[in-house]
Design a protein around this ligand. Sequence first.
Ligand SMILES: Cc1cc2nc3c(=O)[nH]c(=O)nc-3n(C[C@H](O)[C@H](O)[C@H](O)COP(=O)(O)OP(=O)(O)OC[C@H]3O[C@@H](n4cnc5c(N)ncnc54)[C@H](O)[C@@H]3O)c2cc1C
Length: 321
Amino acid sequence: MGIKVLTVTEQKDGKISNVSFELVTAAHKVGGEVMTACLGESADSIAGDLASRGAGKVLAVSNPALKYFNDDVYANIITELIKKYQPQLVIGPATFYGKALFGRLAAMNDGAMASDVTDLSLEDGKLTVTRPTYGGNVIFDLVNQAEGKIFFVTLRPKVLDESSGGDGEVVSESVDASLMEAKAAVREMVTSSGQSVNLNEADVIVSAGRGIRGPENIALIQKLADSLGAALGASRAIVDAGWIEYLHQVGQTGKTVNPKLYFAVGISGAIQHLVGMQTSKTIVAVNRDKDAPIFNIASYGIVGDLFEIVPALTAKFEANK
Ligand SMILES: Cc1cc2nc3c(=O)[nH]c(=O)nc-3n(C[C@H](O)[C@H](O)[C@H](O)COP(=O)(O)OP(=O)(O)OC[C@H]3O[C@@H](n4cnc5c(N)ncnc54)[C@H](O)[C@@H]3O)c2cc1C
């Protein structure tokens, strides 16, 4: 018999992030009863999509005050839903959104917390989560020993398949206006030019490192990315140098990504970069140094000058579009 699970949907501008459906898959691995919290300016309009994709009872909270994500307000409302529906496990995405929200939720509900998990299972009534540590070099199973406490978990995007079908129901929830009060208000969200492709959601990522020599050569890497419909990533070296914005950074102090295909171009493969991308399914490295550490984890390595190799690859991929 499974446990009662609540997933917390990530949505932006009324578009549900793919990871939200991966959360539903995770919930069904352990859940006897699956529920999903969906908050937004008009959450009811997207809740049906969740319900038809296995999200169980979808608790839709619609309010103009929820137009922009605010962890303060979201935590208040989800805590109310937790009180009402009493889940034993609450799952959210290990994205900026989930990271901002889940620590706060766990504290407010006196719960236990595990972040960035890659799998979960239920045995003899005990919930076990799998999570990487030491930069992904050790994978361990963590058994929830916190009897009677709600377990809060964030799931790494792209480790599980998205849910596809299933009957569900939408329940419109009304919440007290006092829950919308926050210490800080989000008045506006400004989309940066590079934000059109989300690294967390991308199936293919092309990342550039210091080997590209200067910001004028970002365009070369962008062309390769465009030829593959890929998102553009970066090492910290070129972010710190001001060649590209931080939101592109992959690694320990940037994003953790898990695409099907990851291109590392002119990136040496420092451990702080590897921890953010080494679980990618296929890794292709382009580097002129045959001893560069990136080749230790690459599925395919191309030793040579990126200024010759990248245009040649781009032309090939363009021709095969
Ligand atoms: C606390 C901490 C946190 C950090 N967090 C991150 C993080 O989140 N993400 C991250 O990326 N780094 C992070 N770093 C930095 C990390 O240690 C490395 O300094 C950084 O990843 C190096 O970036 P790079 O590979 O682009 O540059 P380099 O190490 O300088 O490598 C450039 C590579 O390009 C190759 N190259 C040069 N010219 C060419 C050419 N013409 N053709 C082909 N190849 C060429 C070179 O052979 C070399 O391997 C962190 C460091 C610390 C201390």
